[in-house]
Write a protein that binds this ligand. Structure first.
Ligand SMILES: [Mn+2]
Length: 324
Protein backbone atom coordinates (compact mmCIF):
# COMPACT_ATOMS: atom_id res chain seq x y z
CA UNK A 1 0.00 0.00 0.00
CA UNK A 2 2.92 2.28 0.64
CA UNK A 3 3.29 2.64 -3.13
CA UNK A 4 0.27 4.98 -3.11
CA UNK A 5 1.88 7.34 -0.61
CA UNK A 6 3.23 9.86 -3.11
CA UNK A 7 0.08 9.91 -5.24
CA UNK A 8 -1.94 10.45 -2.07
CA UNK A 9 0.40 13.24 -0.94
CA UNK A 10 0.09 15.02 -4.29
CA UNK A 11 -3.69 14.97 -4.08
CA UNK A 12 -3.67 16.25 -0.50
CA UNK A 13 -1.21 19.02 -1.38
CA UNK A 14 -3.54 20.36 -4.06
CA UNK A 15 -6.19 21.16 -1.45
CA UNK A 16 -6.38 23.32 1.66
CA UNK A 17 -9.61 21.66 2.80
CA UNK A 18 -10.49 17.99 3.08
CA UNK A 19 -13.87 16.36 3.71
CA UNK A 20 -13.56 12.86 5.14
CA UNK A 21 -16.66 10.80 4.40
CA UNK A 22 -17.79 7.86 6.53
CA UNK A 23 -20.32 5.30 5.31
CA UNK A 24 -24.06 5.14 5.93
CA UNK A 25 -24.99 2.94 8.90
CA UNK A 26 -21.62 3.88 10.37
CA UNK A 27 -19.62 1.30 12.30
CA UNK A 28 -16.51 1.79 14.42
CA UNK A 29 -14.23 0.97 11.45
CA UNK A 30 -15.43 3.79 9.24
CA UNK A 31 -15.49 6.23 12.19
CA UNK A 32 -12.15 5.16 13.69
CA UNK A 33 -10.39 5.22 10.32
CA UNK A 34 -11.81 8.67 9.56
CA UNK A 35 -10.95 10.15 12.96
CA UNK A 36 -7.39 8.83 12.84
CA UNK A 37 -7.00 10.21 9.33
CA UNK A 38 -8.49 13.59 10.31
CA UNK A 39 -6.05 13.92 13.19
CA UNK A 40 -3.06 13.12 10.98
CA UNK A 41 -4.15 15.50 8.21
CA UNK A 42 -4.75 18.34 10.70
CA UNK A 43 -1.23 17.88 12.00
CA UNK A 44 -0.09 18.06 8.37
CA UNK A 45 -1.68 21.53 8.23
CA UNK A 46 -4.99 20.87 6.49
CA UNK A 47 -8.48 22.04 7.39
CA UNK A 48 -10.44 18.84 7.86
CA UNK A 49 -14.08 17.93 8.47
CA UNK A 50 -15.41 14.43 9.15
CA UNK A 51 -18.93 13.87 7.88
CA UNK A 52 -21.59 11.19 8.06
CA UNK A 53 -24.92 11.37 6.28
CA UNK A 54 -26.85 10.15 9.31
CA UNK A 55 -27.24 11.58 12.79
CA UNK A 56 -26.95 8.16 14.40
CA UNK A 57 -23.30 7.47 15.09
CA UNK A 58 -22.04 4.44 17.03
CA UNK A 59 -21.72 5.90 20.55
CA UNK A 60 -19.28 3.14 21.51
CA UNK A 61 -16.52 5.13 19.79
CA UNK A 62 -17.44 8.44 21.43
CA UNK A 63 -14.19 8.29 23.41
CA UNK A 64 -12.12 8.81 20.25
CA UNK A 65 -10.73 12.28 19.69
CA UNK A 66 -12.81 14.24 17.18
CA UNK A 67 -15.96 12.12 17.57
CA UNK A 68 -18.10 15.01 18.82
CA UNK A 69 -17.07 17.21 15.88
CA UNK A 70 -18.46 14.79 13.25
CA UNK A 71 -21.02 16.63 11.13
CA UNK A 72 -24.02 15.29 9.23
CA UNK A 73 -23.56 17.82 6.45
CA UNK A 74 -20.64 18.63 4.21
CA UNK A 75 -19.70 22.26 4.78
CA UNK A 76 -16.61 22.57 2.60
CA UNK A 77 -17.32 23.41 -1.03
CA UNK A 78 -14.49 22.30 -3.25
CA UNK A 79 -12.53 20.14 -0.86
CA UNK A 80 -10.78 16.87 -1.56
CA UNK A 81 -13.03 13.99 -0.52
CA UNK A 82 -11.58 10.97 1.23
CA UNK A 83 -14.03 8.08 1.64
CA UNK A 84 -13.25 5.60 4.43
CA UNK A 85 -14.51 1.99 4.42
CA UNK A 86 -17.06 2.63 1.63
CA UNK A 87 -17.47 -0.33 -0.73
CA UNK A 88 -19.30 1.74 -3.34
CA UNK A 89 -20.20 5.36 -3.92
CA UNK A 90 -23.75 4.94 -2.57
CA UNK A 91 -22.22 4.01 0.78
CA UNK A 92 -20.88 7.58 1.01
CA UNK A 93 -24.40 8.91 1.51
CA UNK A 94 -23.50 12.25 -0.10
CA UNK A 95 -23.51 13.37 -3.71
CA UNK A 96 -19.82 13.21 -4.58
CA UNK A 97 -20.23 12.94 -8.37
CA UNK A 98 -17.46 14.72 -10.27
CA UNK A 99 -15.44 15.38 -7.11
CA UNK A 100 -11.79 14.52 -6.63
CA UNK A 101 -11.96 11.56 -4.29
CA UNK A 102 -9.60 9.18 -2.53
CA UNK A 103 -11.18 5.81 -1.76
CA UNK A 104 -9.62 4.06 1.23
CA UNK A 105 -11.10 0.64 1.85
CA UNK A 106 -10.74 -3.11 2.37
CA UNK A 107 -14.00 -4.57 0.92
CA UNK A 108 -13.18 -7.23 -1.64
CA UNK A 109 -16.14 -6.03 -3.71
CA UNK A 110 -14.97 -2.38 -3.74
CA UNK A 111 -16.15 -0.61 -6.90
CA UNK A 112 -13.01 1.58 -7.26
CA UNK A 113 -15.16 4.71 -7.49
CA UNK A 114 -12.39 7.14 -6.51
CA UNK A 115 -9.93 9.27 -8.44
CA UNK A 116 -7.35 7.39 -6.40
CA UNK A 117 -8.30 3.96 -5.05
CA UNK A 118 -6.33 2.58 -2.13
CA UNK A 119 -8.07 -0.71 -1.48
CA UNK A 120 -6.51 -3.72 0.19
CA UNK A 121 -8.93 -6.66 0.48
CA UNK A 122 -6.42 -8.46 2.69
CA UNK A 123 -6.63 -5.73 5.33
CA UNK A 124 -8.85 -6.71 8.27
CA UNK A 125 -10.13 -3.14 8.61
CA UNK A 126 -10.08 0.04 6.57
CA UNK A 127 -7.81 1.40 9.30
CA UNK A 128 -5.20 -1.19 8.35
CA UNK A 129 -5.22 0.02 4.75
CA UNK A 130 -4.64 3.56 6.02
CA UNK A 131 -1.98 2.55 8.53
CA UNK A 132 0.02 0.82 5.80
CA UNK A 133 -0.28 3.92 3.60
CA UNK A 134 1.20 6.11 6.33
CA UNK A 135 3.64 3.75 8.01
CA UNK A 136 7.11 5.27 7.94
CA UNK A 137 5.87 8.49 6.30
CA UNK A 138 7.59 11.72 7.28
CA UNK A 139 4.57 13.71 6.12
CA UNK A 140 1.66 11.82 7.60
CA UNK A 141 2.72 10.98 11.11
CA UNK A 142 0.93 8.33 13.15
CA UNK A 143 0.75 9.04 16.90
CA UNK A 144 -1.07 7.64 19.93
CA UNK A 145 -4.32 9.46 19.10
CA UNK A 146 -4.45 8.13 15.53
CA UNK A 147 -3.26 4.66 16.56
CA UNK A 148 -6.05 4.47 19.18
CA UNK A 149 -8.66 5.26 16.53
CA UNK A 150 -7.13 2.68 14.17
CA UNK A 151 -7.11 0.06 16.94
CA UNK A 152 -10.81 0.65 17.75
CA UNK A 153 -11.59 0.18 14.06
CA UNK A 154 -9.56 -3.04 13.92
CA UNK A 155 -11.09 -4.49 17.10
CA UNK A 156 -14.61 -3.89 15.82
CA UNK A 157 -14.14 -5.23 12.29
CA UNK A 158 -12.44 -8.42 13.53
CA UNK A 159 -15.11 -8.90 16.20
CA UNK A 160 -12.37 -8.81 18.82
CA UNK A 161 -9.93 -10.92 16.75
CA UNK A 162 -12.43 -13.72 16.18
CA UNK A 163 -12.83 -13.50 12.38
CA UNK A 164 -10.74 -15.93 10.40
CA UNK A 165 -9.04 -13.26 8.30
CA UNK A 166 -7.00 -12.47 11.41
CA UNK A 167 -3.47 -13.77 10.93
CA UNK A 168 -0.08 -13.41 12.57
CA UNK A 169 0.32 -10.29 10.41
CA UNK A 170 -2.68 -8.79 12.21
CA UNK A 171 -1.01 -9.33 15.57
CA UNK A 172 2.27 -7.95 14.24
CA UNK A 173 0.32 -4.83 13.32
CA UNK A 174 -1.31 -4.74 16.77
CA UNK A 175 2.15 -4.76 18.31
CA UNK A 176 3.04 -1.67 16.28
CA UNK A 177 -0.18 0.07 17.36
CA UNK A 178 0.48 -0.70 21.02
CA UNK A 179 3.98 0.66 20.63
CA UNK A 180 2.37 4.03 19.90
CA UNK A 181 0.90 3.86 23.40
CA UNK A 182 -2.62 2.61 22.66
CA UNK A 183 -4.46 1.63 25.86
CA UNK A 184 -6.04 -1.55 24.48
CA UNK A 185 -8.05 -2.33 27.62
CA UNK A 186 -9.59 1.15 27.57
CA UNK A 187 -10.56 0.75 23.91
CA UNK A 188 -11.98 -2.73 24.47
CA UNK A 189 -14.04 -1.74 27.52
CA UNK A 190 -15.49 1.24 25.68
CA UNK A 191 -16.32 -0.74 22.56
CA UNK A 192 -17.67 -3.91 24.11
CA UNK A 193 -19.08 -3.21 27.54
CA UNK A 194 -21.29 -0.17 27.26
CA UNK A 195 -24.67 -1.49 26.14
CA UNK A 196 -27.57 0.82 26.82
CA UNK A 197 -30.40 -0.38 29.07
CA UNK A 198 -32.72 -0.13 26.06
CA UNK A 199 -30.49 -2.46 24.05
CA UNK A 200 -30.36 -5.05 26.86
CA UNK A 201 -34.18 -4.93 27.12
CA UNK A 202 -34.38 -5.30 23.37
CA UNK A 203 -32.07 -8.34 23.50
CA UNK A 204 -34.65 -10.14 25.66
CA UNK A 205 -37.37 -9.43 23.10
CA UNK A 206 -35.09 -10.43 20.21
CA UNK A 207 -34.16 -13.72 21.90
CA UNK A 208 -37.85 -14.48 22.34
CA UNK A 209 -38.18 -14.32 18.56
CA UNK A 210 -35.30 -16.76 17.99
CA UNK A 211 -36.06 -19.58 15.56
CA UNK A 212 -33.80 -22.35 14.33
CA UNK A 213 -33.66 -23.72 10.79
CA UNK A 214 -31.78 -26.35 8.77
CA UNK A 215 -30.97 -28.66 11.69
CA UNK A 216 -30.32 -25.66 13.95
CA UNK A 217 -27.40 -24.49 11.82
CA UNK A 218 -29.19 -21.24 11.07
CA UNK A 219 -30.78 -18.95 13.66
CA UNK A 220 -33.12 -16.11 12.81
CA UNK A 221 -34.28 -13.29 15.03
CA UNK A 222 -36.78 -10.56 14.20
CA UNK A 223 -36.83 -7.19 15.89
CA UNK A 224 -40.05 -5.42 15.10
CA UNK A 225 -40.72 -1.72 15.34
CA UNK A 226 -43.12 -2.59 18.17
CA UNK A 227 -40.32 -4.33 20.16
CA UNK A 228 -38.10 -1.29 19.71
CA UNK A 229 -40.86 0.95 21.01
CA UNK A 230 -41.54 -1.38 23.95
CA UNK A 231 -37.85 -1.37 24.89
CA UNK A 232 -37.41 2.35 24.26
CA UNK A 233 -34.72 1.42 21.75
CA UNK A 234 -33.40 3.35 18.77
CA UNK A 235 -31.75 1.80 15.72
CA UNK A 236 -28.35 2.22 17.40
CA UNK A 237 -29.53 0.05 20.29
CA UNK A 238 -30.06 -2.84 17.85
CA UNK A 239 -26.35 -3.03 16.92
CA UNK A 240 -25.16 -5.38 19.70
CA UNK A 241 -28.05 -7.75 18.97
CA UNK A 242 -26.91 -8.96 15.55
CA UNK A 243 -23.85 -10.40 17.33
CA UNK A 244 -26.10 -12.71 19.36
CA UNK A 245 -27.50 -14.48 16.34
CA UNK A 246 -24.64 -16.91 15.73
CA UNK A 247 -23.61 -17.59 19.32
CA UNK A 248 -25.54 -20.87 19.75
CA UNK A 249 -23.37 -23.98 19.73
CA UNK A 250 -25.07 -25.48 16.69
CA UNK A 251 -25.44 -22.25 14.72
CA UNK A 252 -23.18 -21.58 11.75
CA UNK A 253 -25.06 -18.58 10.40
CA UNK A 254 -27.14 -16.00 12.23
CA UNK A 255 -29.74 -13.77 10.64
CA UNK A 256 -31.17 -10.68 12.33
CA UNK A 257 -34.06 -8.85 10.73
CA UNK A 258 -34.78 -5.37 12.02
CA UNK A 259 -37.92 -3.55 11.01
CA UNK A 260 -37.23 0.17 10.77
CA UNK A 261 -38.92 2.97 8.81
CA UNK A 262 -40.69 0.68 6.32
CA UNK A 263 -37.54 -1.33 5.75
CA UNK A 264 -36.33 -4.73 6.82
CA UNK A 265 -32.65 -4.36 7.57
CA UNK A 266 -31.17 -7.82 7.45
CA UNK A 267 -27.80 -8.59 8.96
CA UNK A 268 -26.05 -11.88 8.34
CA UNK A 269 -23.28 -13.31 10.49
CA UNK A 270 -21.19 -16.35 9.69
CA UNK A 271 -19.18 -18.05 12.39
CA UNK A 272 -16.75 -19.41 9.82
CA UNK A 273 -15.97 -17.25 6.83
CA UNK A 274 -16.06 -20.22 4.46
CA UNK A 275 -19.81 -19.78 4.65
CA UNK A 276 -19.69 -16.55 2.70
CA UNK A 277 -22.67 -14.44 3.76
CA UNK A 278 -21.54 -11.58 1.51
CA UNK A 279 -22.79 -13.74 -1.40
CA UNK A 280 -26.23 -14.01 0.19
CA UNK A 281 -26.35 -10.27 0.83
CA UNK A 282 -25.32 -9.60 -2.77
CA UNK A 283 -28.10 -11.89 -4.01
CA UNK A 284 -30.54 -9.53 -2.26
CA UNK A 285 -28.81 -6.37 -3.51
CA UNK A 286 -26.64 -5.76 -0.42
CA UNK A 287 -23.00 -6.31 0.42
CA UNK A 288 -20.38 -6.69 3.11
CA UNK A 289 -17.75 -9.17 4.20
CA UNK A 290 -17.58 -12.95 4.20
CA UNK A 291 -18.43 -13.19 7.89
CA UNK A 292 -20.66 -10.10 8.25
CA UNK A 293 -22.91 -8.72 5.57
CA UNK A 294 -26.34 -7.19 5.12
CA UNK A 295 -29.08 -5.94 2.88
CA UNK A 296 -32.38 -4.06 3.06
CA UNK A 297 -35.79 -4.68 1.59
CA UNK A 298 -38.97 -2.62 1.55
CA UNK A 299 -41.08 -4.03 4.39
CA UNK A 300 -44.27 -3.26 2.45
CA UNK A 301 -43.15 -5.49 -0.43
CA UNK A 302 -42.71 -8.76 1.47
CA UNK A 303 -44.03 -10.38 4.65
CA UNK A 304 -41.35 -11.18 7.18
CA UNK A 305 -42.24 -14.90 7.09
CA UNK A 306 -41.71 -14.96 3.33
CA UNK A 307 -38.45 -13.03 3.68
CA UNK A 308 -37.14 -15.59 6.18
CA UNK A 309 -38.13 -18.40 3.83
CA UNK A 310 -36.33 -16.74 0.91
CA UNK A 311 -33.19 -16.25 2.98
CA UNK A 312 -33.25 -19.84 4.26
CA UNK A 313 -33.60 -21.16 0.70
CA UNK A 314 -30.44 -19.28 -0.31
CA UNK A 315 -28.58 -20.20 2.87
CA UNK A 316 -29.34 -23.87 2.30
CA UNK A 317 -27.36 -23.72 -0.94
CA UNK A 318 -24.47 -21.94 0.74
CA UNK A 319 -24.38 -24.51 3.53
CA UNK A 320 -24.40 -27.28 0.93
CA UNK A 321 -21.40 -25.66 -0.71
CA UNK A 322 -23.20 -24.32 -3.74
CA UNK A 323 -23.35 -20.73 -4.95
CA UNK A 324 -26.06 -18.51 -3.40
MN1 LIG B 1 -14.54 -2.09 7.55
Amino acid sequence: MYRYHDAFKLMVQRHTHISIVTHINPDPDTIGTALGLAHILKRYGKSVEVVNASKDLPYRVDFLQGYHAIKNQMHYGNALIIACDCGDVQQCGFDVAGRELVNIDHHFVNKNFGTLNIVNPDAVSASQTLFELFEGSEDFVIDKIAATAFYAALLSDTKNFTTNNVTSATFAWVQKLLDYGVDHAHVSQNLNRRNSLASVRLMALALNSLRLHLDATVATMVITQASCEAAGASLLDTHPISHLSDTLATTLIGVTIIEHNNLYKVSLRSKFAYHNVALIAAAFGGGGHKSAAGFRVDSQSVAVEQLIEDIITKLKKVLQGEEA
